[in-house]
Design a binder for this molecule. Structure first.
Ligand code: NI
Length: 168
């Protein structure tokens, strides 16, 4: 397994629309494993393949405190949603930025798991929020795009400044 590089906002590649996975083969499983390792190493609760510059519909999620409940979702689709929940979101591609975003509170999801088997389940609370956030990534959307134009401009400025400092 290996740690992958996470693209940072406002990298244009974060806007790529990810293609469906046709075959859950060894290559896809290896990508999912590398993404999981990358997510755990970065202490994140979710990571979409788009964020590691692989525009395919694969996400990894672990919202557990114990960090041992890995969920691999391939071609995930929300087919039912109910209610509204607002929470403070963050993203490994937008370091040190957190803001309120509204999402559906309860959802029903269909996806393939790491073995290529169909899974169908309900999600609520943080898991529901995380799944919607990651599916957005697959559609080329970053959570800050729900914020006002003014806030987005500030975030871009802040991140660019920090990248310049990091680049020396
Ligand atoms: Ni994210």
């Amino acid at each position: 397994m290996s740690i992958l590089q996470i693209l940072k906002y406002p990298d244009k590649r974060l806007h790529n629309f990810a293609k469906p996975v046709l075959n859950v083969d060894y290559e896809i499983q290896q990508l999912a494993d590398d993404m999981a390792e990358t997510m755990y190493e970065a202490s994140g609760i979710g990571l979409a393949a788009t964020q590691v510059n692989e525009p395919v519909r694969v996400v990894v999620i672990d919202v557990s405190d114990s960090r041992d409940e890995l969920l691999v979702l391939i071609n995930p689709e929300v087919y039912f949603e109910k209610g509204v929940i607002s929470s403070e979101e963050g993203c490994l591609s937008v370091p040190n930025v957190y803001d309120q975003v509204e999402r559906a509170e309860d959802i029903k999801v269909r996806a393939l798991d790491r073995a290529g088997q169909i899974i169908d389940f309900e999600a609520t609370g943080i898991l529901s929020i995380c799944i919607q956030h990651e599916i957005d990534h697959l559609d080329g959307k970053v959570f800050v795009e729900y914020l006002s134009r003014l806030k987005q401009d500030r975030i871009v400025k802040k991140l660019k400044k920090r990248q310049e400092i990091n680049d020396g």
